[in-house]
Design a protein around this ligand. Structure first.
Ligand code: PLP
Length: 356
């Protein structure tokens, strides 16, 4: 079976981890600081704050923006549950706006209609690595005085023009094993704002500006130097890995027939975290997925149940109707696009889909 994702861990990562273990300094330390500096440079921001997961990045970024009980944050329901749950963690209420069927991302018009006096922030998700419509969303945020927290968990290296995702609002990245780069588990918050970065650092580690001085309530969401050492190697590999993803995506788009292939918005750089197609209206998606799997292709559905239809959200009383989100959750499936695919793998994928 051609896997849907394959972490690229090689001898360089093994060596880097062995060096940290041998150094005797394994918790958050010099490797984490070096990883933060390198990541900030890649995103083009002043500060990167390494953290234990992408979920923790979103949670801490929201808290650092002062989001809490009584507030609303507008986001997508066509995403991994962590986007919305991070809002719940703060005591605020996630408000779901519908998405655009071509981009899979928040529709700025839908976001505008969802703004209320309680709205404190907008959380666009760069789904599958495709940059959200940030210009329109940043305009809305400006007009209404809202925070913008980018869920860039799938968008390492994605960009709009020469502006990297994660530098447009407060960036939140994940380094989970299947993402474009990994530290096994891990995350990063990116910002140009000195005071916001400081708040994130305090929230990350027990509100502790100096050892055993606790000015505020904080978590233990630290990254270890073992993870950071892996991250430094992965970050170096990212441009080549993303170029392979883009070449694989181009091949698929040129050769697939009978499904709607993903579009790149002109002037943007897609990170191709996932290559997601849509079956034609009325087609049995489950049968199509089963047939492609039979042909040896690891297909996945991101995401079969939109967030507002999850039991947790039903029980919280969510009854919003999101027609595009709901339709796409029935029509999409994702094909392998990761950098380890061989030319044979790509031919197998195309043959499997074109035989539907
Ligand atoms: C992976 C992911 C997250 C969460 O990141 P973790 O590191 O797994 O906590 C959040 N949002 C999206 C869109 C993701 O894909």
């Amino acid at each position: 079976m051609i896997p849907i994702a394959k972490p690229q861990i090689g001898p360089e990562e093994q060596r880097a981890v062995a060096e940290v273990l041998a150094s005797g300094y394994i918790v958050q330390g010099p490797r984490t600081a070096a990883f933060e500096e390198a990541f900030a440079r890649m995103v083009g921001v002043k500060h990167a704050v390494a953290i234990s997961s992408g979920t923790a990045a979103l949670h801490v970024a929201l808290l650092a923006h002062g989001v809490g009980p009584g507030d609303e944050v507008i986001t997508s329901a066509f995403t991994f549950i962590a986007s919305a749950n991070s809002v719940l963690f703060t005591g605020a209420r996630p408000v779901f706006a519908d998405i655009d069927a071509e981009s899979f991302n928040l529709s700025p018009a839908a976001v505008e209609s969802a703004i209320t006096p309680r709205t404190k922030g907008i959380m666009p998700v760069h789904l599958y690595g495709n940059p959200a419509e940030m210009d329109a969303l940043l305009d809305l945020a400006d007009q209404h005085g809202l925070a913008v927290i980018e869920d860039a968990a799938q968008a390492h290296g994605a960009a709009i023009g020469d502006r990297m995702c994660g530098s447009l609002g407060t960036g939140c990245f994940s380094f989970y094993a299947t993402k474009n780069m990994t530290t096994a588990e891990g995350g990063m918050i990116t910002t140009d704002d000195d005071s916001l970065a400081e708040k994130c650092r305090l929230l990350r580690s027990h509100g502790m500006p100096r050892r055993y001085c606790h000015d505020s309530l904080g978590f233990n969401f630290r990254m270890t130097d073992i993870s950071a050492a892996i991250g430094l190697v992965q970050l170096e590999k990212l441009p080549a890995a993303n170029a392979r993803r883009a070449a694989n995506a181009r091949f698929l788009s040129q050769n697939l027939a009978g499904v709607t292939t993903p579009k790149e918005r002109p002037g943007t750089t897609h990170a191709w975290h996932q290559y997601t197609v849509r079956v034609p209206d009325g087609t049995d998606r489950e049968a199509a997925v089963e047939a492609v799997r039979e042909a040896g292709v690891g297909v996945a559905i991101f995401y079969p149940v939109p967030v507002h239809h999850q039991k947790l959200y039903r029980e919280l009383g969510y009854e919003v109707s999101l027609p595009v989100t709901e339709r796409l959750s029935r029509e999409v499936f994702s094909l392998p696009v990761h950098p380890s695919l061989t030319p044979d793998d790509l031919e197998t994928i195309v043959a499997a889909v074109n035989a539907l």
